[in-house]
Write a protein that binds this ligand. Structure first.
Ligand code: MN
Ligand code: MN
Length: 455
């Protein structure tokens, strides 16, 4: 099944499964526009399948289904296995943060009859892709009294949208001479919030009007932006892409496509020999740092909790559990784009429609920063994939010295566990509209499921 076009192998029955699985996923990314929204959806889906919050459990036994949430931005969904936790878990780890534009702490200002909002982009965005498109606002505003207000504006068809303006080509003479990375400056990514003055207001009356609307609809003041986290993301749902409906266009495939498939794989695999876990991490796009990134001690704490709830606790058991774990770093690969063939080595590229893609290593400039998975480990995985008829391929991120990138693989590798990157190939990665193949989506789901069951 290595490097073959998955579509050619599907029966009519298979095709129906591929298409219907994609519907569930489209719904997930259309609603899961931020890491917080993905965790909320994760909890909802897990509870619908009978999972309980680990906090409410006094002890755990094989077959028990639990989840753990961290600060509203991480979730681990787990099924306790037949073997002791000490013998290791089977983990699927994906990140649920995606490149976007964040709102500054002191954001609002008025200029020439417009109320604008100042931003600071998050992750590796190509700035010129984010102007002149409809955008939505998501996030939380946290008030001094402890109230947390949820914001979601722009995805309900009755909502207004916001956006970032761009210069007309007629007057873009100077701008067009700039290199692409400077054509739109980071400080110029300011969002238009309104243009109608508030009646009876003399100074900054347009801004006053926007603030009045925020007060009336969401009950917060300008000062509350100080402790807010508002993310600007593309507005609108994921859509079928291509006349044959073989592809999905949407925001945030990187890496919610691997998050959704990992979660559904653990849920659908049910009770296995080893404890299974799908874990969603945050902050991957800015280095996996902080309390909710993969470098956080949170996941280690979850494993410690599993040990504690299944047996008599010892720190050594926790270390053994981590060391004996096998993991897939469920993250997307760069799909081969025929319009930009020159950035790839064609025989080491990921092609849309050829199934889940394994990356032995990532990194840049001589594999710098790569986890570089053990070949002994990948040999076992290949065997499991082949025995279960999973379409898979292997790739690396572009030609040598063309660029590069990283994932969370090396961070979990620090526990001395076996980890390899495995995910869905993506076109337009990090753009407001990314593209994946429904065949790869389905093959990734199946691959994750056989990994947690049979590895
Ligand atoms: Mn990623
Ligand atoms: Mn990314």
């Amino acid at each position: 099944m290595y490097n073959k076009n998955a579509w050619k192998s599907y029966s009519k029955e298979d095709l129906e499964k591929v298409m219907s699985f994609a519907e569930g996923y489209k719904d997930f990314i259309s609603k899961g526009k931020t890491e917080r929204e993905c965790v909320t959806l994760g909890v909802k889906i897990a509870e619908e399948h009978g999972y309980k919050n680990i906090k409410d459990c006094k002890e755990l036994h094989p077959g028990d289904k639990v989840y753990s949430v961290n600060k509203g931005k991480n979730i681990a969904i787990m099924v306790v296995g037949q073997k002791p936790v000490e013998e290791g878990l089977r983990v699927l780890g994906a990140h649920i943060d995606s490149p976007r534009i964040d709102v500054k702490q002191n954001p609002l200002y008025e200029s020439t009859g417009f109320c604008l909002m100042d931003t600071h982009y998050y992750g590796g965005i190509v700035k010129y892709q984010w102007v002149a498109i409809p955008l939505a606002l998501y996030g939380v505003v946290c008030k001094k009294d402890g109230t947390v207000i949820n914001i979601s504006i722009g995805d309900d068809p009755s909502d207004p949208v916001v956006g970032i303006t761009d210069l007309l080509p007629h007057l873009a003479g100077d701008k067009m001479q700039k290199p692409a990375y400077k054509a739109i400056e980071g400080e110029a990514l300011d969002v238009t919030m309104g243009s109608m003055p508030l009646e009876g207001e003399e100074k900054e009356s347009v801004k006053a009007h926007v603030l009045k609307i925020l007060k009336e609809k969401y009950d917060f003041e300008e000062e509350d932006f100080l402790s807010a986290e508002i993310e600007i993301v593309p507005a609108g749902p994921a859509r079928d892409y291509g006349l044959d409906r073989s592809l999905v266009a949407g925001y945030g495939h990187d890496d919610r496509v691997c998050a959704y498939t990992s979660m559904m794989a653990v849920i659908d695999a049910g009770e296995c020999e080893y404890t299974t876990c799908a874990v969603f991490v945050d902050k991957e796009e800015i280095g996996s740092v902080g309390a909710t990134g993969a470098q956080s001690k949170w996941f280690e704490n979850v494993v410690a909790e599993l040990v504690d709830l299944t047996t008599s606790y010892s720190e050594l058991k926790v270390r053994h559990a981590l060391e004996n774990t096998m993991m897939l770093s469920s993250d997307v690969s760069a799909g081969f784009d025929p319009l930009y063939a020159y950035v790839n080595d064609s025989k080491n590229s990921a092609y849309l429609g050829r199934g889940i893609c394994f990356n032995k290593y990532t990194g840049s400039r001589g594999k710098s920063g790569a986890n570089d998975a053990a070949p002994e480990y990948f040999a076992k995985i290949r065997n499991v994939m082949d025995e279960n008829n999973i379409h898979f391929q292997t790739s690396e991120l572009g030609k040598v010295d063309q660029g590069g990138g990283g994932t969370i693989a090396y961070i979990l590798g620090n526990y001395n566990m076996n980890v390899i990157d495995a995910g869905v190939p993506v076109l337009n990665m990090h753009a407001p509209m990314e593209v994946i193949s429904k065949a790869d989506l389905y093959e990734a789901y199946k691959a994750y499921k056989v990994f947690v069951k049979h590895m």
